[in-house]
Design a protein around this ligand. Structure first.
Ligand SMILES: C[S@@+](CC[C@H](N)C(=O)[O-])C[C@H]1O[C@@H](n2cnc3c(N)ncnc32)[C@H](O)[C@@H]1O
Length: 298
């Protein structure tokens, strides 16, 4: 049976550093397992104490209309009502501060209640989502932005003892929480990893499938991060992106305010990073889309 636990920082052993709230730096891209790139199980993120406060939920309305690209009046406009954006530059955050709330004291337990609560469509359908990934034993999966570890156990079971799951997040208390759960459950094939905002920090060409569930709209540097995912994936590897449908005049005020871009813009950014759309997995989710992309063969 699977035993033991790993907690690693993809930031080169910086897990015990004071946290720069919500503005975590790209400290290093040292891969897990590299010399002095490991921290021990139970590494603290500093000053985490439960407040009992429950944050507002990550939620969305019910809508599954496709966001096809339309040509209107000669100008290319997405069905999500947004003109194609200028390519985001690595130097600028496209959504400054969107992750700040996760760095608050007590955030790990409080947000876990939200992430795993029944109001979230992806939480209700997590088993079907993992089945749709069609994972096979021995695969290496990166759960990028793993949050509370909603998918960790399911991914671990799907890839089996010969496989591996990187459960990665930029919030130290989230990573620590997953590490504890992994240890208690004896999941030897899971590695909890502290990542950085612009890079995964995972070894190049090491991952078969990267999984972003409700994470894309939290990426402050999507172009840099997509480039890093591309390097992390094996040639021809798979990137699965699940995120909220964002449709003006249809989506809730919360989605319109919280989610930076709809499916059309997101697709354009992913395509620009060199990925090729394999297919959209329709029919499973309504409030979210699920897209499957292929990394370049290189
Ligand atoms: C809405 S939560 C989703 C968590 C989880 N994927 C789920 O569906 O339950 C978004 C997560 O993305 C993480 N995140 C934001 N930017 C990130 C980045 N550049 N790399 C890794 N994780 C990131 C946040 O810390 C947060 O845990």
């Amino acid at each position: 049976m699977l035993l033991g636990m790993y907690l690693t920082t993809a930031c080169g052993g910086q897990g015990a550093l004071p946290i720069e709230r919500g503005r975590s730096r790209d400290l290093s891209t040292r891969p897990p397992g590299a010399a002095s790139g490991r921290s021990q199980a139970g590494t603290t993120a500093g000053g985490i104490a439960s407040t009992g406060h429950t944050p507002s939920p990550e939620r969305a309305p019910s809508d599954d209309r496709p966001a096809a690209v339309q040509a209107l009046g000669g100008a290319k406009v997405h069905a999500d009502g947004q003109a194609p954006p200028a390519p985001p530059t690595s130097a600028q955050s496209v959504r400054p501060g969107i992750n700040d709330k996760y760095f608050a004291p007590g955030a790990a337990d409080a947000w876990a209640r939200v992430f795993e609560g029944p109001k979230r469509e992806v939480a209700r359908h997590r088993e079907a989502i993992v089945r749709a990934l069609a994972l096979t034993p021995g695969m290496v999966v990166a759960d990028l932005g793993a949050g509370s570890g909603l998918f960790t156990r399911l991914l671990s079971d799907a890839v089996g003892e010969e496989g591996k799951v990187y459960a990665l997040d930029i919030v130290p208390s989230f990573v620590e929480r997953i590490g504890k759960q992994v240890s208690e459950a004896g999941l030897r094939n899971v590695q909890a990893v502290l990542g950085a905002e612009r890079t995964t920090g995972l070894p190049a060409n090491s991952v078969d499938l990267g999984f972003l569930c409700n994470v894309y709209h939290h990426l402050e540097y999507p172009d840099s991060y997509l480039g890093s995912i591309r390097e992390t994936l094996r040639p021809g590897g798979t990137l699965v992106v699940i995120d909220f449908e964002r449709i003006p005049n249809v989506s809730s005020a919360w989605v319109l305010g919280h989610v930076r871009a709809g499916k059309g813009v997101v697709s354009e950014e992913i395509r620009r990073a060199g990925f090729e759309l394999v297919r959209e997995h329709a029919g499973l989710l309504k409030e979210n889309y699920m897209m499957i992309w292929r990394a370049p063969a290189r």
